[in-house]
Design a binder for this molecule. Structure first.
Ligand code: SF4
Ligand code: SF4
Length: 114
């Protein structure tokens, strides 16, 4: 099996927030800013530390929403190194989404072969 087509959803994915915004959100959480004073991103304590921005990729615009590209520092040898503690957005990534967005991924993790 080709090694380059494994774990594609962890190697490159998009979020509708830029890195500066996510960093600022994380710093507010670290400072203990009350939740009412900002739009605290879901699981920001997991989200910001895992992200590596891929600035070489141009932003995507879908239905007027700008998406930015990222990879994840927890991806080690094509496997998630924090399986039990990964964020909800990774846990709920559905089979349908997977095959629509990453049709060429060969991980077949839904067959227990990730
Ligand atoms: S098969 Fe889908 S969910 Fe599994 S690693 Fe590849 S893109 Fe991700
Ligand atoms: S936390 Fe794990 S499952 Fe989520 S993007 Fe990173 S390596 Fe992939």
């Amino acid at each position: 099996m080709s090694r380059k087509n494994l774990a594609l959803c962890c190697k490159i994915f998009t979020l509708p927030m830029d890195y500066a915004y996510i960093k600022d959100n994380y710093e507010k959480w670290v400072e203990g800013t009350p939740k009412e004073q900002y739009n605290q991103l879901k699981e920001i304590w997991l989200l910001y530390p895992m992200l590596i921005p891929l600035n070489e990729y141009k932003e995507l615009i879908v239905k007027d929403i700008i998406y930015y590209h990222y990879t994840c520092k927890h991806l080690i040898k094509n496997r998630c190194s924090i399986q039990d503690n990964k964020p909800e957005m990774c846990k709920i990534f559905s089979k349908d989404n997977c095959k629509k967005v990453y049709p060429s991924c060969e991980s077949n993790c839904f067959k227990g072969n990730e």
